[in-house]
Design a protein around this ligand. Structure first.
Ligand code: GLY
Length: 372
C-alpha cells in the first residue's frame, strides 16, 4: 500500500473520528469523572482509585491530538474540563503510582506544548517530581504501592517520557538520568533474547537483585502479554528519541521484530502471544500502541523503517475495519480491548485503545506536533 493510499485512509478515518468524538464529548462534558470504558452505551469511570486511575490522561490526550489536527475549540474546552478534574488527584497522594506519565505528560503536558499555559507546565512538572520520587537508587522506578517496594513493570517505559520532558524543560539532567537508569535496568532484566519482554520483574529494593519474574496481565509467567510488548516497543523508541542512545533503538527494533510475526496472520493482536488457541482473546489496544511505536521507528529510520510503517498501517486498518463502532449512540471507537487475560474486561472499549488509534492516524497524516 503506497504512502498516498495510507494518507487517504487516514484522512477518511480522521473524519470519522471527528464525527464520533463530537457525540462522545456531548456525553462526557458534564460528567464528574473522566471516561475509561463504555457500559450500556454510556461512559464509565475506572474501576477503582477514582481520579488516580492510571488511564485518566488519555481522554484529554485524545482531545489534544484532535485539537492539534483541526484547531477546533471544542477539543480544547473538553481537555481543560478533564485536566481540572485530574489535578484534584494530586491531593490523593497515597493512591498515585508510577503512571504519572500516562496521566500528566499527555494531558497537561500536551496542553502546555500546544498552548504554552504556565499553569499546565506547573502541573506537569509537579507530576514529574512525584515520579522522580519513586526512583530507587538501585536503578529502577517503583511501579505500585503498599508492600510492592521492588516491583517494576514494563508499562513504565512509557512514563519515562514525563522525566525526559522535565529535564528538557528545567535543563536539570536528574530526571533524564533516572529515566536512562530505569531503561538500562529494563533492557538488562526484562527483554529476553528472543526480543519478547517480561511484564513484571520484582527486585530486592535494598540491593537491586532480581527476586522474581511473576505473571502479570498476560496468560502466565514467562508468556508474552501483547500490550506489554507494545509498551516496551514504543517506550524504547521514545527513550531513543530523547537520548540518542543506539542501544534503545536496537531494543525497540528487536521487540518490534518479535511482535510482527505474532500478529501478521490477521493484524489483530491476541491478548497474549502464547495464550491457548481457544478462547480467542484479542486486544486492540496492543495493536494501536504497537502501531504508534512502529510509526515512531519508521520516522527515525527513514527508508530502512518501511516494514514498520507497513505493519503499523496494517494493524490500524484491520482494527478500524473489523473492530470499530462508528455509531453515534456508542461513545468509544474500538470494541475489542482487553484489560488482562484473566479479567472480566475482555473485548470492551478502553479509552487508551482509542487514544493510540487516534495518535496512529494523526501520525500517518504527518501530524507530529505532539510527542511523548
Ligand atoms: N498500564 C496498565 C495496563 O497496560 O494495563
Amino acid at each position: 500500500m503506497s504512502h498516498t493510499e495510507q494518507h487517504r485512509w487516514a484522512e477518511q478515518t480522521l473524519a470519522k473520528i471527528q464525527r464520533k468524538t463530537f457525540h462522545a464529548i456531548q456525553q462526557a462534558k458534564d460528567l464528574p469523572f473522566i471516561p475509561y470504558t463504555v457500559k450500556d452505551h454510556q461512559w464509565q469511570e475506572g474501576p477503582f482509585d477514582g481520579l488516580c486511575w492510571w488511564t485518566n490522561g488519555f481522554w484529554p490526550a485524545q482531545m489534544w491530538q484532535l485539537f492539534a489536527a483541526t484547531g477546533e475549540p471544542q477539543y480544547l474546552a473538553e481537555a481543560r474540563h478533564a485536566e481540572t478534574m485530574l489535578d484534584q488527584a494530586f491531593a490523593d497522594f497515597d493512591h498515585l503510582h508510577h503512571d504519572l506519565g500516562f496521566m500528566w505528560r499527555i494531558s497537561s503536558g500536551f496542553d502546555f506544548d500546544l498552548t504554552g499555559d504556565p499553569k499546565r507546565r506547573e502541573s506537569t512538572l509537579f507530576a514529574a517530581n512525584l515520579l522522580a520520587g519513586r526512583y530507587n537508587p538501585n536503578g529502577f522506578i517503583r511501579a505500585w504501592n503498599e508492600d510492592k517496594t521492588g516491583w517494576v513493570i514494563i508499562d513504565c517505559m512509557m512514563n519515562l517520557s514525563l522525566l525526559y520532558w522535565a529535564s528538557e524543560q528545567t535543563r536539570d539532567p536528574r530526571f533524564r538520568l533516572m529515566a536512562q537508569k530505569h531503561a538500562d535496568t529494563v533492557l538488562r532484566h526484562f527483554i529476553r533474547p528472543d526480543g519478547t519482554s517480561e511484564h513484571i520483574v520484582v527486585f530486592d529494593p535494598e540491593t537491586g537483585a532480581v527476586i522474581d519474574k511473576p505473571g502479570g496481565q498476560g496468560y502466565g509467567a514467562g508468556t508474552v502479554w501483547s500490550r506489554g510488548q507494545a509498551w516496551a516497543l514504543y517506550g524504547f523508541a521514545i527513550s531513543y528519541r530523547h537520548t540518542g542512545k543506539q542501544t534503545y533503538l536496537n531494543a525497540a527494533r528487536r521487540v518490534a521484530d518479535a511482535f510482527i510475526p505474532c500478529v501478521c496472520k490477521d493484524w489483530l493482536p491476541d491478548c497474549d502471544f502464547r495464550q491457548p488457541p481457544e478462547p480467542i482473546v484479542k486486544d486492540d489496544s496492543a495493536g494501536a500502541i504497537a502501531a504508534c511505536g512502529m510509526l515512531e521507528l519508521a520516522e527515525v529510520l527513514g527508508d530502512t523503517g518501511e516494514a514498520y510503517r507497513t505493519a503499523a498501517y496494517a494493524m490500524l486498518r484491520a482494527m478500524e475495519a473489523q473492530h470499530a463502532d462508528w455509531s453515534e449512540a456508542y461513545p468509544a471507537i474500538l470494541t475489542h480491548c482487553t484489560g488482562a487475560y484473566h479479567s472480566q474486561e475482555r473485548h470492551i472499549a478502553m479509552v487508551y485503545g482509542d487514544y493510540y488509534l487516534i495518535e496512529g492516524v494523526c501520525r500517518l497524516l504527518g501530524n507530529t506536533k505532539l510527542r511523548w
